[in-house]
Each structure stands twice: as structure tokens, then as C-alpha cells.
Design a protein around this ligand. Structure first.
Ligand code: GLC
Length: 419
């Protein structure tokens, strides 16, 4: 008992400690690219993961979906295989979304997969599938709960709050006890309570006691280890991860045809990597667990590009230059990667690059690229007329030192014509 108490206080304080955070976050910073999976009873209806609230469906009516939800065995294996092919390094699955249905075996509710239509533990299948493909494993868990009797009245009724917070903490304990090592806990929507009401400090302490290597996000009203810009790429000084849908819905939505193309997804991934953030790209499997064909198509194309260019995405460091009118840059040590969104044709140039270029090549083919450099610009010459890679062509540039761009220098010092 004494030993356990000591372990609790030391890991709890370690969680806030900067060097411990660096240790826990290392793999995540290197990974850059992950798969988000939104799957739930809403997948049966196929009208967005907020369908219960958006359409005002009564709990008693919505609950019936749990019996109709009968996914095929081990659907998560296809997700994990696709994630690996796409070059993703981790996965984050909704273990419980706002609807309140739990994909895991919970002693605290009957509203969970083993006791309903699926008749088995879907979180267990997911964890095994992810591990089988060498993926890091993340759990998404919604604090807001539209199903639990105390999920709303906990705001005004202290007895209800006590029961509800015990339920939520209890489920998080189950998730982090019953499935081995878990790499990420991804909280979502803290409505209707604040950090005090949720007992979020205590929540995180429990999490780090159960899983000393885990990282947590910032959506239980505490800072956590990383911030979570949603549907936007917003760099910040703290660790950040931009989560994004491939169409406009997180959960399966049979009517949503607003798909991003592979080029947009690759560009987004590059933008995250450039600013040393992560990109968490979502799939919304159908009720049977299969992945919508459009998502497979997009991710397969992204994966082919990552096979050739992944080197320029993982383990990147803060980069300068950042972008030009037709390209974005990423950096690894003294290697600068120029990602040409629009292929400039025979010559591609960078102004104000103050570091000496040693060599350059097309990253996809390894083909040498000729260049000329003076103090104001470097020009890569003799390039093919048409973009040699698709959807983005990357030039890998080896430099003498860490690349540095000074466009002011060009503006001021470039010799002017005599008046
Ligand atoms: C938003 C959506 C929610 C989704 C989440 C993912 O909060 O409302 O459905 O799970 O984004 O970040």
C-alpha cells in the first residue's frame, strides 16, 4: 500500500516534468502521421456521428441500434493494414463517442459491445490489429455522454456528478488496465463540467499511474501533453496534432461526398511536418467495419507517395525556408526537402538561401539534379518539363549546414540598375 502510494505520487509528478514529457513524446514527434477512427452506433445509420443529437433521437430509440450493430470479425485488421500502407505510425480509435456506446468490455454498463449486437470486445480486436502491424495504439474517449442518466444533470446535481465522474474515471481505469500498454489517451468534449467537476487532475494522475509512458491530449480541460487543432493546421509552440476528416464527417456518412483529393491530403501532411506537428487523418468505417472506398483510394495514393517520400516527413525539425509560392519545405538535419505543389517546369529556384548547397536529387527516383548558386539564389536546372512524381514532387537538397533563408538580404542587397 505504501509502495503503491509512492509510485502514484512519483509518476504523477513525473507526468508534469519537462524531461519526462520529452521521453514520453519522442516516438510521437518522430511519427508525424496517424490514423483516427470514428466508429460507433451512428455508423449503422450512416448520417454523421452527431445524428443522435442533430436529429433529436430519444435514448430509448437510439439504444436499439446496439442490437443491430454486428460488425464482421477483426475489421480493425484492414484499418491497421491500410494505416501501415499509408505510412501512418499510430492509430486512435473511438472507444466511446458522445453517444455513450462502449466498444470495450465494461463492468460499469451493459451498453457495450460484448453485451450487445457485436457480442465481443471490439477494443481488444483493435488493439491486437494495431499491434500486429507495428502501430502505436491510442484510445479516444468522450467525456460527454448522451446516454448515461447523469450525463447532463451532473452539472446541477452533486449526487449525479459523483456517480457520473466515478463512472467516467472507472471506465478510463478499465481501458488502461485491460489492454496492455496504451500509447495515447485522446479525451474529447468535456461538456458539461469544468476541470474541477471532472476531477481532471486526479484523472490524469490515475492515467499516468496505470500507464507511465502514455501521452494525453488537452481535452479534459487540462493542458495535457499536446494541443489538438481540429480541421485546421495551426502551428503552436507546444506539441500539436491537427486532426482532420477526409470528407466533412468523422463518423460514416453515406451522403457526404465532399472528399479531399490525395494531393490535398499530402499537402496537409507536408504542412504539419514542416511546422513540426502531427497529422491525424480520420476514417469513418461503415457499421460492418469496412472502410469507405473513397477513403481507401485516397489513403492508397498517399501511401504510394509516402513510400517514395516518407523520409522527408518523419523526424523533421523546424525549417527555414518554410514555403514559397509553389512549394513547402521540410528539414532533417542539413537536408532540405523542397515539396513542389505546382511543378515549375525546367527550373526551380529558391531566393535568399544563405547556406551552400552541396548536391540535390529528386527524392522519388534518386536522380541527380544540377544546380547553380550565387549569393542571391539557387536554381535547380535541367528538370523535366512535367512533374516527375505525383501528386507532389520533392527535391532533396544537401547543404553545408542548417539551411537558412534571408529574403531581406535579397531585397536590400541585390544590385539595382543605375538611375
Ligand atoms: C468534434 C466532433 C466530434 C469528433 C471530434 C474529433 O468535436 O464534434 O464528433 O469526435 O471533433 O476531434
Amino acid at each position: 500500500m505504501v509502495a503503491a502510494a509512492t509510485a502514484l505520487s512519483s509518476t504523477a509528478s513525473a507526468a508534469g516534468d519537462a524531461s519526462d514529457r520529452e521521453r514520453r513524446m519522442k516516438w510521437w514527434h518522430e511519427a508525424r502521421f496517424g490514423m483516427f477512427i470514428h466508429w460507433g452506433l451512428y455508423s449503422v445509420l450512416g448520417r454523421h456521428e452527431w445524428v443522435m443529437e442533430n436529429e433529436g433521437i430519444p435514448v430509448a430509440e437510439y439504444e436499439q441500434l446496439a442490437k443491430r450493430f454486428k460488425p464482421k470479425p477483426n475489421a480493425a485488421r484492414d484499418w491497421a493494414r491500410l494505416a501501415k500502407q499509408a505510412g501512418q505510425k499510430y492509430m486512435v480509435m473511438t472507444t466511446k463517442h458522445h453517444e455513450g456506446f462502449c466498444h470495450f468490455d465494461s463492468k460499469l454498463t451493459g451498453y457495450c459491445a460484448p453485451k450487445q449486437g457485436p457480442g465481443r470486445d471490439l477494443v481488444k480486436e483493435y488493439v491486437e490489429a494495431a499491434r500486429g502491424e507495428g502501430m502505436r495504439v491510442g484510445f479516444y474517449y468522450s467525456l460527454m455522454d448522451w446516454h448515461h442518466p447523469d450525463g447532463a444533470r451532473c452539472l446541477t446535481d452533486e449526487a449525479a456528478r459523483r456517480r457520473f465522474v466515478d463512472y467516467i474515471h472507472g471506465q478510463i481505469r478499465e481501458l488502461l488496465t485491460n489492454y496492455g500498454k496504451i500509447d495515447i489517451l485522446w479525451y474529447d468534449v468535456a461538456w458539461p463540467l469544468d476541470a474541477k467537476g471532472w476531477e481532471s487532475e486526479k484523472m490524469n494522475q490515475m492515467v499516468f499511474q496505470l500507464q507511465p509512458d502514455i501521452i494525453v491530449n488537452n481535452r479534459n480541460k487540462l493542458e495535457g501533453d499536446f494541443t489538438t487543432p481540429e480541421q485546421t493546421i495551426t502551428a503552436s509552440d507546444r506539441a500539436w496534432e491537427s486532426c482532420m476528416t477526409m470528407n466533412d464527417s468523422w463518423g460514416y456518412n453515406r451522403n457526404d461526398d465532399h472528399w479531399k483529393d490525395a494531393k490535398t491530403v499530402v499537402r496537409n501532411l507536408i504542412a504539419c511536418s514542416r511546422d513540426t506537428g502531427n497529422y491525424l487523418l480520420n476514417i469513418g468505417p461503415k457499421a460492418d467495419g469496412s472502410i469507405p472506398e473513397e477513403s481507401v483510394r485516397i489513403m492508397t495514393a498517399v501511401g504510394k507517395w509516402m513510400d517514395r517520400n516518407g523520409k522527408a516527413i518523419y523526424q523533421t525539425e523546424k525549417c527555414q525556408p518554410r514555403r514559397s509560392a509553389f512549394a513547402s519545405f521540410t528539414r532533417n538535419g542539413n537536408t532540405l526537402y523542397m515539396h513542389n505543389y505546382f511543378w515549375p517546369g525546367e527550373t526551380a529556384a529558391i531566393g535568399g538561401l544563405m547556406t551552400k548547397v552541396r548536391s540535390a536529387k529528386l527524392l522519388a527516383s534518386g536522380k541527380e539534379v544540377k544546380f547553380e548558386q550565387d549569393q542571391f539564389r539557387v536554381r535547380f536546372t535541367g528538370l523535366p518539363e512535367k512533374a516527375p512524381d505525383d501528386p507532389v514532387t520533392t527535391i532533396a537538397i544537401e547543404l553545408d549546414g542548417e539551411p537558412r533563408q534571408d529574403t531581406d538580404f535579397v531585397r536590400k542587397e541585390r544590385p539595382r540598375l543605375k538611375a
